[in-house]
Write a new protein. Structure first.
Length: 390
């Protein structure tokens, strides 16, 4: 019997192993790996189908959690700044932190609107009470605050209140979505978070501006009025507003603004009502100048003209102004300076400051083109007069 070489036996075994491997994985090595990849893809598809929503929710929750942590830091920093500023300015000798924390949780309930008759007066009363309550609390927290400082500290406290409220609302919906495991709640929260964060950062910048008494973007209206009334005799009208009679392009311009340089918006509705009644039948036109929210793509500091009451807030002042305008058939024109939401409550940018002179030129054109010589016009610079005197 002849002996078979060992090398031949090894060769035959290797060949059989390769054949069995190919049979297990497919007709060839490449085809086998394709089958594995296909199996993995099908498995991944089933995992995504049954657990994809949970994975997506975890990613969203992580994103919201990061923003919530950032919001908490902003809120805590705002609270600390408010306490430090009130303590420094008010010369308080006791711990004011508990009292400030009480103020941060203040809320305002809107009047009942089932029967809308008289709701404006009700809302006006509620807002007056709220404003006086915060002023009284500032006096208790910071006994040495008076006049301009009192208004600035009130604005500082309100900015801290806004930050606290934003944080609590976001936290509420975050915990709610976590408890219910609702993808749609957390999805909506994640979608609006960029805007919410932008607003929170703006209020954080506002808090610093108020504590230092710096003009903010919303002060551009009072700044324009201040430029127009510079050097003229000024008198106070109604609550925290001032007026000056100024010769203007052959007309008489009654220039109005909130009294500064403290953080103050006054009550433009009551002030304009008073001036219109004092000059019954003599007002040829009302021009209102205010900061306006710009659209994305527009430039900060752009000046635009329009018609209507250029004033924000809950609508009480606009209602009062419009009632008098209708009664005396007075035309109303508006000029706005375009700003972002962050610019409006942050220290005034150079572009906004420079826009004041452009707006004044627009006012001149409006007065010359739409009134006659000898007419009387009202020009009101709407906004917060912080850092802007008369």
């Amino acid at each position: 019997m002849s002996l078979i070489p060992v090398s031949d036996i090894v060769s035959q075994v290797s060949t059989k192993v390769n054949i069995h491997s190919n049979q297990f994985f497919g007709f060839g090595g490449d085809v086998g790996w394709q089958a594995i990849l296909q199996l993995f893809t099908v498995g991944f598809f089933f995992v995504i189908m049954f657990y994809g929503q949970r994975l997506q929710m975890r990613v969203m929750m992580k994103d919201v959690e990061g923003s919530l942590l950032k919001l908490k830091n902003i809120k805590d920093e705002g609270r600390k700044n408010a306490i430090d500023t009130l303590k420094e300015v008010g010369k308080s000798t006791v711990d004011i932190a508990p009292r400030v924390d009480r103020c941060l949780d203040y809320f305002t309930i809107s009047p009942q609107g089932m029967d809308p008759a008289g709701i404006v007066d009700k809302l006006d009363h509620i807002l007056d009470v709220r404003d006086q309550r915060i002023k009284d609390d500032v006096k208790i927290i910071a006994p040495q605050c008076e006049g301009t400082q009192l208004n600035n500290m009130e604005n500082t406290l309100e900015a801290a209140m806004a930050l606290n409220y934003i944080y609590k609302i976001v936290r509420h919906y975050y915990i709610q979505s976590k408890k219910t495991m609702s993808l749609y709640v957390v999805m909506q929260l994640q979608m609006i978070l960029p805007i919410v964060m932008k607003e929170a950062e703006a209020y954080s910048a506002a808090l610093k501006a108020f504590s230092l008494g710096q003009p903010i973007g919303d002060s551009v209206g009072p700044l324009i009025a201040s430029k127009l009334m510079l050097g003229q005799e000024i008198r106070k009208v109604h609550k925290d507003c001032v007026v000056a009679s100024v010769p203007f392009e052959g007309r008489t311009a009654l220039i109005m603004k909130a009294e500064g340089p403290g953080g103050n918006v006054g009550k433009p509705g009551d002030a304009i009502e008073t001036i219109i009644e004092e000059n019954e039948g003599k007002i040829a036109m009302l021009i209102m100048i205010d900061a306006g929210l710009k659209l994305e793509g527009e430039n900060v500091g752009d000046v635009s003209e329009g018609i209507g009451s250029a004033i924000g807030g809950p609508g009480v002042d606009a209602f009062k102004i419009e009632e008098k305008l209708v009664k005396y058939k007075i035309p109303i024109n508006a000029i706005i300076i375009k700003e972002d939401i962050g610019d409006a409550v942050s220290p005034m940018r150079k572009e906004i400051h420079n826009a004041a002179d452009k707006a004044i030129e627009r006012v001149r054109e409006l007065v010359v083109e739409r009134t006659k010589e000898g007419d009387t016009v009202i020009i009101f610079g709407v906004g917060n007069s912080i850092g802007v005197g008369q």
